[in-house]
Write a protein that binds this ligand. Sequence first.
Ligand code: ADP
Length: 310
Amino acid sequence: MKVGIVGAGMVGSAAAYALAMQGIASEVVLVDKDADLALAQAEDISHAVPFVSATTVRAGSYRDLDGTFVVVLAAGVNQKPGETRLELLGRNAAVFREVVGEVLAVSPDTLLLIATNPVDVMTHVATRLSGLPARRVIGSGTILDTARFRSLLGRHLGIAPQSVHAYVLGEHGDSEVLAWSNARAGSLALVSFADQVGKPLTEEVRAAIDDGVRNAAYKIIKGKGSTYYGIGAGLARIIRAIALDQRDILSVSIVTPEVVGIPEVALSIPRVIGAAGVLSDLMPELDVAEVSALVRSATILKESADSVPL
Ligand code: ADP
């Protein structure tokens, strides 16, 4: 399966590396307006491939994206000093206007996987610009926040994160909602499991895990400037579900007709992912506080998406 990646910066290259290391794609093509960067990243990653897989990794132009099954959009610009969030959004929307048109001109049947932040709003923008059905324009959303949530819960309970079933909903960002009330360890309610193993989920423990999930990116950025390995692996995880038509349930963002009473909003809830993109949505059962937090998150995202000049 051929995968395209537009934007060969930190996130795009981390996704290419994760795809190549897991042998998920037969071919990965990196495109960037900085052609030298795309070439250097492709060369570097391709030198790791002989140790593990047979994936071809190369740099190319938009023309080389013909026949791609999925194209990751990781292109974007960084915030300038003094620039407002809305101005930045406007500039990233302009990048997407150019990029989405170029990609669809050569690969009209591709799925789009959006990684550029703010990812929910950019997913909304890409959906509008592309005219593709919403289930074929998928934002990485809270895939990483969900992984962080599971990993911190697993660490507290002394079990593998893969055995924790818990999701982060809403915005990939400050207003995200950790869904505690329906979380499970194996098939047991999380609270029962925690009590059984003598590691109760006290208010203190919950607050520490909430902080660890919500502020993870800020802490990483403080230490090393940006985050990319985690999201790179998250993008590869979504592409694996698509490539193998796995029907995995992952928390990703698409424009959804209605969530908690808010119409036409791009945010994350658990969704079934297969070769056609998002196959169905799962609205989790939440407690009253979680519902109101999700309404708040959806409202923020809706207002933000509506304000982007297209
Ligand atoms: P991140 O950490 O999100 O990956 P980077 O700045 O490292 O951020 O990467 C963003 C990449 O997007 C850069 O390599 C940049 O050259 C690329 N880019 C920006 N605008 C465009 C565009 N219009 N077309 C293609 N690539 C673009």
